[in-house]
Write a protein that binds this ligand. Sequence first.
Ligand code: B12
Ligand code: SF4
Length: 497
Amino acid sequence: MAAQIQVFLVNFRNERDIYPPFGIMYVADALIQAGHQVRLFHLTETDKQSFLKEVQRERPLWVGFSTITGPQLASTITATQAVKEMGITTVWGGVHATIMPDDVLREDYVDYVIVNEGEVTAQEFTQTLLDDGDFGEIAGLAWRDEKGGIHINGERPFIQNLDDFRPRWDLLANIPAYFLQSGPYRRAIPVYISRGCPFRCGFCYNEVVMKRTWRQHSEEFVVEQVRWLQEHHGIDAVDYADDYLFGRIKPMQQMVERVGLPWSGQVRVQLLKPEFVQWMAETGCQWVNIGAESGSQAVLDSITKDQKAWQIEWGVSNLAEHAPHIEANLSFIIGLPAEDPTERRVTLDLIERLCDINPNARCSLAIYMPYPGTPLWPDALARGYTPPPDQMGWTEFDIHKGNTPWIDSGEGEVMSEICDILFVGRSQGHWLLAPYYGLLRWRWRHDFFKWYIEGAIKRQGGNLIENVKPLRSLRNSLKPMLVSYNANTHKGPAEAA
Ligand code: B12
Ligand code: SF4
């Protein structure tokens, strides 16, 4: 067995999102199997300084950072810089670094990039670092030589048997922090049982990174993991967090049945036949995520969604009819380059209809951003999208803001905020607020998202109230009387209160 070497693996998240950091949980297992000690950190910006103190105190052999493109990269960058300044080796892994290893290595604070699946590469990398060996030999590694030359080694083949590595739940500081509400169940936890997806949506990383492959853990492996979580942490439901749970339909149905707990997961609309929906209800499904994307067939075709526009309404109606308790979280994308105003109108109308058909439908709207390394990326460049010049620039990349030549970002943001109020929270106002809600609906129906004065007033008013204690108390006591939310579709603090 190799000497006991310590590695720190960290995933910086934003405040709002708390989801188990599966990537580093798996890589940790691989390193532990190779005889090393690993500490896992799942942190926000607020925790950064204490993490850095810990790095300084323990001085691990290397510190690995998990990356996805977007705002949470900011903490990753500043922490990597600080670790590098301590003279400790820094490694980036995860989807973002996988997509642009050469750009990442142009930053002098990142020493190595582990591309795509990290388990075996991390094992070989650690050994090579200890032996002062040849980094050129390690498939899946990108590195800089002493003269600053960047090398991207050949790809590492995908792991054949996913059961070779398991997510190390035991290394997480606080498992109950990951509990989700799932219908009436309060201790649902995400599990990750497959990798990849057989589809080819143009805005998604799957086709390019996972190459349309789909692999799964064995049934025994999944059941054992869930039973452990039940016994040790009293979970009462599972959220199958996979990109696409039903990569193989029958075997996955069998697995869901064998796990035997209330569940949630991703489905594509074409699956939602009445028989399938009935099966979902019988097996305790509480909510599903559906990538609906657009109501326009032309837009769906432009992103190779391989889905018929009519199937969205059909699937949501089947849910309403055969399993009305199931929450349907539908996500839509606006501002795709192929979308003209008429097509956008079709999507906005569809969202409104879906929420009428199904009281448990929750339709959210994101602004299309071209993620690097996706099939649509070259098209975005050809249409004049300018990528950020450096890694810090990628922290501005945000699907809730948008910043592309083909959509007015300001209007996009307003559209998605109004969508949140009307069709996610499904909020209803007291008659005193009727003019406000009426205005939002008018905007929605007339496609008018300029001059969002009411939004600005609301924000300013909110800030003022927040800062004046008596007003705050008054607001808190009046709010339940003035605004009501659909308890199933609204996940915000008002409901929690
Ligand atoms: C769960 C999830 C989330 C969770 C949490 C993510 C997390 N903890 O990292 C939440 C809900 C918070 C989330 C949010 C978002 N997500 Co998300 N998310 C996922 C999802 C579905 C699963 C991630 C996961 O656990 N995978 C399973 C593990 C095993 O795989 P992995 O993380 O890739 O890890 C492996 C390798 O990458 C590598 N590795 C990973 N980290 C490290 C670190 C080191 C040191 C090493 C050596 C190796 C290594 O080894 C691992 C094992 O093989 C992925 C899709 C996917 N399948 O990855 C999308 C995905 C990562 N998300 C994506 C996006 C776009 C978002 C959002 C922008 C979407 C949104 N609606 O707002 C936000 C961004 C939030 C932000 N910027 O902070 C994109 C990212 C694209 C990109 N270029 O980065 C993905 C790829 C989905 C997609 N279809 O394109 N997400
Ligand atoms: S179905 Fe989902 S995971 Fe699969 S390629 Fe499309 S967006 Fe990606």
